[in-house]
Each structure stands twice: as C-alpha cells, then as structure tokens.
Design a protein around this ligand. Structure first.
Ligand SMILES: [Fe+2]
Length: 233
C-alpha cells in the first residue's frame, strides 16, 4: 500500500490530491485538481506525479483527456500526463512554451476556454504578473475557483518553517496573497482588470495549490486579500 494521500472528492465531478513539494527548501505542498467534464472526460489541473495508485484512482473516475499547466512555475509533472494517457492533450500557461520548449502541448491558454471544456469550465489569464503568468479556472457546476499561486491558504496543518514564514508575510490563517505579491505585479491596471474578471465569477470554494482548500466564502476572502490591488491609486 502506498502511503500517499488518495484523491479526495470536494463536490460532484471535482476531486483534489495533495503531494509533498518544496519551494526553495520550504515545504509548501502541491495540489492537483481533477474536474470531470461531460462524457466522463477528466481534466487534470496542475498535475502532480502520476503514480500507479493515483492512475488507478483516476481510471475509476473517467478518462484522462486533458491537462493544464496553469502557470509558468507549475509544470514539473505536466509532461507525464500524455505518456501515462496516450491521446491526452496538454494546454500550458503563456510563456511556458519558451521556458519548457520540450513540453508537447495542444495550445497556450488564453482567456477563452477551448471547445473541449467551454461551457463547463471558464478561464482567465491573470495579466501584469509575468513571473507566473497564471491562468485561473472556474468550474461552474461546483462554484469553484482553481488557483495555483495567486493566493495561499496556510494554517495549522502547514509545516513549522512554512507557518513561520507565512506569518511573517502576513499570509497565515486565511486565504489570500502574501505581502510579497505586490512586488510581483508589473502592470497594476492589467492585473486589476484580470482580478475583476475572476471576481465576477460565481464561486464560493477556492482550491489553491499550497495550503488548505477554502470551502466557503472564498470570493469575499479573495476580494479582501487583494483590496490593495482593487483600490484606486
Ligand atoms: Fe506554486
């Protein structure tokens, strides 16, 4: 038996799975989301390593057809999906095609969902923040926003050094960006317009890649956390 955590159901047609991951030596964890689209087609958001047990769990849910590498720094396992699931196609964040020219991909993600998941999942390119170039996703049926690095949600379950750093960065115990996030914004107007587009979606749950899933109230928490970006200057 593997000691790795199994897929966890959050809502109808939505699952997550967590794996250990370090960022510059800090244990921050990583989370993959799985959306089941019409026709039992599975979309993997920010893939983690696909071990045999995880593949068996996915196979029980449907057919892995699509994967997305939603930002420039969430790509480590994106290349594993197609070899594990022949025929599965990968979409990647803007700029990742230059950073990882080896990644075989269907297309670069834009503000417009491709026909493969249009009507079920919406997406928005968060502009003005080129370090990540993240594309946010919204699963309509479960009212869930999927983010990677645009917000964290570290709490008591986080490792001690991670808790300490996030407390220093004023990003502990609640969903939101850290104190460092303003430094990543290079085009404030573009970033604000992107955020407003995301906040117009009807989401309540927010799934982040690092920290805990925010089951309810996610939209207000995100709005409060980014008040500094939304405020006129
Ligand atoms: Fe990340």
């Amino acid at each position: 038996m593997s000691s790795l955590a199994p897929l966890r159901r959050l809502a109808d047609d939505l699952w997550v799975v967590e794996r250990a991951q370090s960022f510059y030596g800090l244990p921050v964890g990583a989370r993959m989301s799985v959306i089941r689209l019409s026709g039992d087609r599975l979309l993997l958001h920010s893939p983690v390593a696909l071990d045999a047990e995880l593949r068996a769990q996915l196979d029980a849910l449907g057919r892995v057809c699509f994967a997305v590498a939603p930002n420039r720094v969430h790509h480590l396992y994106a290349g594993e999906v197609a070899p594990s699931y022949p025929g599965a196609r990968l979409w990647i964040a803007p700029g990742l095609d230059r950073k990882r020219p080896d990644l075989v991909h269907e297309a670069v993600l834009t503000d417009e969902a491709p026909p493969e998941w249009r009507g079920e999942v919406d997406q928005a390119f968060f502009r003005g923040r080129p370090y990540e170039n993240e594309v946010a996703f919204f699963h309509r049926a479960s009212h869930t926003l999927l983010l990677c690095d645009l917000a964290f949600n570290f709490g008591p379950r986080a490792a001690a050094p991670t808790r300490l750093l996030m407390q220093l960065l004023r990003s502990y115990g609640r969903l939101g960006p850290s104190k460092l996030d303003p430094l990543l914004i290079r085009d404030r107007a573009a970033a604000r317009a992107s955020l407003e587009r995301i906040l117009a979606w009807d989401f309540d749950r927010v799934v982040v890649a690092h920290g805990d899933v925010q089951e309810t109230g996610g939209r207000e928490l995100l709005r409060e956390g980014y008040a500094w970006l939304l405020a006129p200057r």
